[in-house]
Design a protein around this ligand. Structure first.
Ligand code: FAD
Ligand code: NAI
Length: 476
């Protein structure tokens, strides 16, 4: 697969046009590098824009409005007549927004002189200092380009569950759950992680009975245990049911739905659950199929990830960012990786601090956190002081009838440096930004406590939690 001498030459060729790839491409363009991005989808934006962050948030928002129209509106004195669901329109507005966003990336590519090479990219070894990338278009035609630097940004895909085969419309992954054509009567979700809880919430609000089967005894993957307990209580109150400590051993599609074989994770009596649709959401795994890693001597680890050292993937001139390498599998993490890697390529200083990458679960209420959980600090033997403030005592939350949840600040007892902030409550995802900023500046809890926040806002709960760390108020 030698490239002809006339192969187009680039400073950087990026494989994958998701948040990792497109941010790398745009940054490279801004820095004056000659750059191309290989993407095999018909649209740019990767998992996040096409089948991840954006369509899920569109359905979360719309379904939240739908639910509010049936519950909260009446209490506020708003009569809306007979509420009815137009699922077709709900899906259409989601697709329209996604279309605008993916077109937006295409526009940014043009503006920043990024060539979009449409097709499947494969690394095809090196010729001297030039890495070779072969691009196979949808019609099967192949072209090869030469690159001083190759950035792998191929992302991730849903992890399949052995014994539970995907069957369109019946046993589905997150992509299927973003485009169901009807509200299932009963949806069974396998995995009480981010996808299961977000998309489970969407379909519960739209009328499905939702039961979540989780292997562990705690929901929300790595979240702080105190938050997880409150969050699970909240979701249960909304009508979601949970089977914790339960493993799924198989699934069978039957005439009128799906039968799911389950048993206690610790061993015990097997049972069969019946649902109309089963959503498998047990995590995502790196995607490197057909990438030609072997042609440049790169191996994946046993979980399929490409390891990196400051974004270098072993071989000189090959870099890796986003979901396909280590760190949280989040769009904004992929973006941080992208900018850091490209700046290193351009001879600048690039760095990404994963401890400061916030996590948000966009349910209602939301969950958001940054830094360490109480459990992580205890396990590491790090002492901490804790301040906690409930939204029930926050005036804005009270006036809006949205009092569920709390803010928790964890800080170093000697230096007062903020170690972690955990929020459960409406708009937690917006509120966490102030905590991220404080921690990025190495700030202390007292810095938050002495900052003026507008009254009445939910942000005041963050201030009050920090005041709690300082011992300035009664602890909640
Ligand atoms: P991806 O976005 O997966 O992009 C990789 C791209 O590479 C894909 O477009 C793929 O087609 C392309 N590709 C792969 N191999 C090749 C090849 N050989 N040649 C050409 N192209 C190739 N994260 C958040 O931060 N916030 C959220 O709210 C959020 N919600 C999510 C909801 C869902 C349902 C899902 C599934 C994920 C969500 N995520 C969210 C995670 C987020 O989507 C990912 O972390 C992010 O997309 C990773 O970016 P990436 O660039 O590494 O990979
Ligand atoms: P996840 O890792 O968040 O959660 C998976 C859950 O499934 C865990 O609770 C795990 O214990 C459980 N599980 C694993 N194997 C199981 C089994 N065999 N049976 C029952 N339960 C099992 O993964 P999820 O929800 O699939 O999401 C994948 C990733 O996508 C997330 O980790 C996140 O990085 C990203 N994402 C981010 C979002 C956001 O930022 N709001 C939204 C959606 C996805």
């Amino acid at each position: 697969a030698d490239a002809p001498q006339s192969a187009p030459q680039y400073d950087v060729v990026i494989i994958g046009g998701g948040p990792g790839g497109y941010n790398a491409a745009i940054r490279a363009g801004q820095l004056g590098l000659k750059v191309a991005c290989v993407e095999m989808r018909d649209t740019l934006g990767g998992t996040c824009l096409n089948v991840g962050c954006m369509p899920s948030k569109a359905l979360l928002h719309a379904s939240e409005m739908y639910e509010a129209a049936g519950t909260a509106f009446a209490g506020l004195g708003i009569k809306v007549g007979d509420r009815a669901l137009d699922l077709g329109q709900m899906m259409k507005q989601k697709d329209d927004s996604v279309g605008q966003l993916t077109k937006g990336i295409e526009f940014l590519f043009k503006k920043n002189k990024v060539d979009w090479l449409k097709g499947r990219g494969r690394i095809a070894g090196r010729k001297g200092e030039w890495g070779q990338v072969e691009v196979e278009a949808a019609d099967g035609s192949k072209t090869t380009v030469a690159a001083k630097n190759i950035i792998i940004a191929t992302g991730s895909e849903p992890t399949p569950l052995p014994g539970v085969e995907f069957v369109e419309g019946k046993v589905i992954d997150s992509t299927g759950a973003l485009s169901l054509s009807a509200v299932p009567k009963k949806l069974i979700v396998i995995g009480a992680g981010v996808i299961g809880l977000e998309l489970g919430s969407v379909w519960r609000r739209l009328g499905a009975e939702v039961e979540v089967v989780e292997y562990l005894d705690k929901i929300g993957a790595g979240m702080d245990a105190e938050v997880a307990t409150a969050f699970q209580r909240g979701l249960t109150k909304q009508g979601m049911t949970f089977r914790m400590g339960t493993k799924v051993t198989g699934a069978k599609v039957v005439k009128d739905g799906v039968e799911l074989m389950i048993e206690p994770a610790a061993g015990g009596k097997a049972e069969t659950l019946k649902g109309d649709v089963v959503l498998v959401a047990i995590g995502r795994r790196p995607y490197t199929a057909g990438l030609g890693l072997e042609t440049v001597g790169i191996e994946t680890d046993k979980r399929g990830f490409i390891a990196n050292d400051h974004f270098k993937a072993g071989q000189d001139g090959v870099w890796v960012i986003g979901d396909v390498t280590y760190g949280p599998m989040l769009a904004h993490k992929a973006e941080e990786d992208a900018v850091a890697a490209v700046e290193l390529i351009a001879g600048k200083a690039g760095h990404a601090d994963y401890n400061l990458v916030p996590s948000v679960i966009y349910t209602a209420p939301e969950v958001a956190w940054v830094g360490k959980t109480e459990e992580q600090l205890k396990e590491a033997g790090v002492e901490f002081r804790k301040g906690k403030f409930p939204f029930a005592a926050n005036s804005r939350a009270k006036i809006n009838h949205e009092t569920e949840g709390f803010v928790k600040v964890l800080a170093d007892p000697k230096t007062d440096r903020v170690l972690g902030v955990h929020i459960y409550g409406p708009q937690a995802g917006e509120l966490i930004g102030a905590a991220c900023m404080t921690m990025a500046f190495g700030g202390a809890s007292e810095d938050i406590a002495r900052t003026s926040y507008a009254h009445p806002t939910r942000s005041e709960a963050l201030k009050q939690a920090a005041m709690g760390v300082e011992g300035w108020i009664m602890q909640a």
